[in-house]
Design a protein around this ligand. Structure first.
Ligand code: NAP
Ligand code: HSE
Length: 420
């Protein structure tokens, strides 16, 4: 089968390296020939040696080529990727993509056209890099009623948090390293602000529950608010800070969705997931709890998922569900997570501050389980409270009542807690 590729960057380069070195891998690989590759800059040096004649700066030349049966889209972004993918499907070509922004925002349109034209669309690499989570949800766990997905699905932010925690480095140098290692998105704010994780959560919700979620429906908070102080307090309390993407079926059969940093109990399996690794903790009935773990970003891990999609299509695996249904249910989304919370508050150095704040919280039935206070270098009182389990809306009401107190200065951070 002749295939074409849109993009030869971090992921595309990894895919080409696998295709050019089939020995010891799937016996189907030698049947796959990379015959056209679109890039922006022909003069750029590449980490893979391909014949100069296969390059073009015109992506249409890839999708118009009648000999190409499958197009790998690894250019990223919404446009022109969306238009090119739709045109390729119109021309009867199968699609493999690593582009979560495209699938999260335009999946229904793309799947509907793919179904109409009888071609496959596969996107394993769009969520959690090398972890085969899409196949797992659609096939291996198909017998289950899925109750919850809790994932570390962004390698860049996990790398930054791990570096801040282990090495004590600041946010900016840790981000620079993640960019240099090829983990970050073209615009890294997609990683840092939780948007990439929300897109992946939307795809997991689509596959796990056949529910179509628009990313703006997902409460999304990134890691910009996390300071060394929070990391230090978390350590003292036996937690590790992680950016979690969570989808959980609630009692009233609504789905609670959010992306936000959490204090994760050190005894929870997600707490030990470091660097650019991802992990997805699934809860289903009857399987119970299970966790998938692996590299979530970078050339090799992502290319592994892209090439496995290509192989599934080339091998015409009858079990591979490459035509997602278009009859999506619409979800009732709620952000009303119920959990313990960590609060870091700053006040004047007043002897009654901690007592006044805990009393005010108690008036809203927010029960402090532990209270620590320390003087900051600036002479302020830093009060760290871990609460009993409470709805976020209740906590917000309680917080509103304390910000008017005369000694109160700042809510430095509020983070939910994931217990083991
Ligand atoms: P990248 O390194 O920036 O590569 C993008 C490639 O697309 C480059 O080769 C670029 O050409 C080419 N390109 C972009 N716009 C083009 C256009 N208009 N015409 C022709 N070529 C164009 O990006 P990446 O990290 O490989 O990511 C690709 C996709 O995979 C994204 O959707 C990303 O979210 C997803 N993804 C990435 C990772 C990861 O770890 N990096 C993991 C999972 C999924 P030039 O090389 O000439 O600039
Ligand atoms: N920027 C993404 C991440 C790439 O850091 O997880 C993998 O999707």
């Amino acid at each position: 089968m002749k295939i074409g590729m849109l993009g030869l960057g971090t992921v595309g380069g990894g895919v080409a390296q696998i295709l050019e070195s089939p020995s010891g891998r799937s016996p189907l690989l030698p049947e796959i020939k990379l015959s056209r590759v679109a890039v922006r800059d022909l003069a750029k040096s590449r980490n893979v040696c391909l014949p100069q004649g296969i390059f073009t700066t015109q992506p249409e030349e890839v999708i118009d080529d009648p000999k190409i049966a499958l197009v790998v889209e690894v250019m990223g972004g919404i446009e022109p990727a969306r238009t090119l993918v739709l045109k390729a499907i119109e021309r009867g070509k199968h699609i493999v993509t690593a582009n979560k922004s495209l699938i999260a925002a335009h999946g229904s349109e793309i799947f509907a056209l793919a179904k109409d034209k009888g071609v496959c669309i596969a996107f394993e690499a769009a969520v959690a890099g090398g972890i085969p989570i899409i196949q797992c949800l659609k096939q291996s766990l198909g017998a289950n009623r899925l109750r919850a997905i809790t994932g570390i699905v962004n390698g860049t932010t996990n790398y930054i948090l791990a570096q801040m925690s282990r090495e004590g480095v600041d946010f900016e140098p840790a981000l620079k390293e993640a960019i240099e290692k090829g983990f970050a998105e073209a615009n890294p704010s997609a990683d840092i602000d939780g948007i990439d994780a929300a897109e992946k959560l939307a795809i997991l919700t689509l596959i796990g529950w056949n529910l179509k979620i628009d990313c703006p429906q997902i409460f999304t908070q990134g890691i910009r608010s996390i300071k060394q102080r929070d990391i230090e307090y978390a350590k003292r309390l036996n937690y590790t800070i992680k950016l979690l993407a969570t989808a959980r079926i609630e009692e009233k059969n609504s789905l609670c969705l959010h992306v936000q940093p959490h204090l994760v109990a050190n005894s929870h399996p997600l707490a030990s997931v470091n660097d650019a690794f991802n992990a997805i903790f699934l809860e289903g009935e009857p399987v119970g709890s299970l966790m998938l773990y692996g590299k979530g970003a970078g050339a090799g891990a992502t290319a592994s998922a892209v090439v496995s999609d290509i192989l599934n299509i080339v091998g015409n695996s009858s079990a591979f569900p490459v035509l997602p249904t278009t009859s999506f249910q619409s979800a009732t989304c709620s952000q009303e997570a119920h959990s313990h919370f960590y609060l870091r508050l700053l006040t004047d150095n007043s002897p009654t501050a901690a007592g006044g704040i805990t009393w005010s919280l108690g008036m809203f039935n927010v029960v402090p389980l532990s209270v620590q206070q320390n003087l900051t270098q600036e002479g302020l009182l830093e009060i760290v409270i871990v609460t009993q389990s409470v709805f976020r809306s209740t906590l917000d009401n309680a917080i509103r009542s304390i910000v008017g107190l005369p000694y109160f200065k700042e809510v430095a951070n509020i983070l939910p807690i994931l217990e083991a």
